[in-house]
Write a protein of this length. Sequence first.
Length: 127
Amino acid sequence: MIELVVVITILGILGAMAMPRFINISNQAKDASLQGVAGAMASAMQVNLAACTLLDHVETAGKCAKVAACGDVSKIMHGGAIPPGFTVDTATLTTTATDGETANCTVRSSDTSVTPVTFVGISAGNR
């Protein structure tokens, strides 16, 4: 009987030591998720700029989308929308209809404990 009590006590101590590590992993996963979304948005901006450059920045359905603000990234993301639970600011990338202008865009999670992440937005398709 004493052995059983000792084993249960040891398991309880080990569980108490492991709990903070699991909580920290959850926070790291939320941060990584936001960083992944920001990376996807930056890549979408780059790919759209490349496609628009080939088409002389003429807006063409499915090939070159007009991007003049950070919020326009939703038009060029796979699926045509920003993933649920995330928002991007509406900073302007260009005011002169010039393509290739950049600005820092900020992505936020609906979970306010996650630090917002920035990526470089690039204007394209503005002719």
